[in-house]
Design a protein. Structure first.
Length: 320
């Protein structure tokens, strides 16, 4: 079974994890990929903006933005954090627009008693930057970790999302954003969600620092199993499958020295990207590596000096 580690790393609307400052780095340069819609591997692979605070590197460092712009990164996922000001959130949205990426925004979900009012306000901010352009909207983030079961999550979706869809008919709504694959949870959700989601999503991490490198590499193959199990559960619940995002993925949800080892993380990343590409025929609509920058646990693709980390270089070389 895949280790359940996304809790430690998530770009969540109200994160269970503590923010960490950026850390160490090698070098490299960006390449190019076309823009949306998502139909080919070149248009598949995005990343996450952590946005723990106003010091987010993508906001403060023009060089970081230049790397991602030159890379033509297709998706950037960003959280709405209630501790941050509207000004910071607007700056994040404007950066995504200026980079040329399509946003996936994480709005408040079932853990927020005021989700409707909060989400109406947050999507007004989104619309002020992106207008009626396509925006993917995840309802909450890893709320199953906080004890929100499928029934409660779906009830919250049904109470809030109809208003959001009526106000923003061009936006695409995504749930249940599980911290790992969970076919029964998703099956219940797709069978009872009103409106039906445009996409479902969950997260994929394969190991923790105590696991062997062989284990971390071999368990990438489990991602195809997770997709097959989820698709089968959806067919059983509603007679068809729903396209999906893996809106966070990486090797490890904890600080792991192997992120700094190009001999480990390079081949691991290439294999992970190939595995994700193989799931396009099975409904994969996008996959967001966690994360682009501003993270001290080694996840970042770009360091504080605008060089690619070992994983950043592997990501650059492995995506078309």
């Amino acid at each position: 079974m895949v280790a359940t580690l996304a809790l430690a790393s998530c770009a969540t609307a109200d994160p269970p994890a503590s923010p960490h400052p950026p850390s160490a780095r090698p070098s490299g340069g960006p390449s190019a990929s076309p823009s949306l819609p998502v139909t080919t591997p070149a248009r598949l692979f995005g990343t996450n903006m952590p946005l723990f605070d106003a010091n987010e590197q993508m906001l403060t460092n023009p060089g970081t933005r230049a790397v991602l712009r030159a890379w033509q990164i297709p998706f950037i996922r960003v959280p709405f954090r209630r501790a941050l000001s509207d000004g910071v959130e607007l700056s994040a949205l404007e950066v995504i627009r200026d980079i040329g990426a399509q946003p996936m925004v994480i709005v408040q979900g079932a853990t927020d008693e005021n989700a409707l009012a909060d989400d109406v306000h947050e999507l007004q901010l989104v619309a002020s930057v992106f207008g009626a352009d396509t925006v993917d909207v995840e309802y909450g983030n890893e709320e199953d970790v906080a004890g929100v079961d499928a029934v409660r999550y779906t009830q919250s979706w049904n109470a809030v999302v109809p208003t959001l869809t009526s106000q923003h008919p061009t936006y695409k709504f995504v749930g249940p954003v599980n911290f790992q694959w969970n076919p029964p949870y998703i099956a219940y959700f797709v069978a009872h969600a009103k409106p039906a989601p445009n996409y479902v999503s969950w997260h994929e991490y394969v190991c923790d620092p105590s696991a062997s490198s062989d284990y971390c590499t071999q368990h990438i193959a489990r991602w195809a199993v997770h997709v097959a199990e989820t698709n089968a559960a959806e067919r059983g619940a509603i007679g068809h499958t729903v396209p999906f995002f893996i809106s966070e993925w990486n090797m490890d949800g904890s600080a792991d020295p192997r992120y700094s080892d190009p001999m480990m993380i390079g081949p691991w990343t290439a294999r992970a990207i190939a595995e994700l590409e193989s799931q396009i025929p099975h409904g994969l609509a996008g996959a967001m590596q966690y994360c682009a920058d501003s993270h001290g646990d080694g996840f970042q693709l770009i360091d504080a000096d605008d060089h690619l980390t070992p994983q950043g270089r592997a990501f650059w070389l492995s995506t078309p």
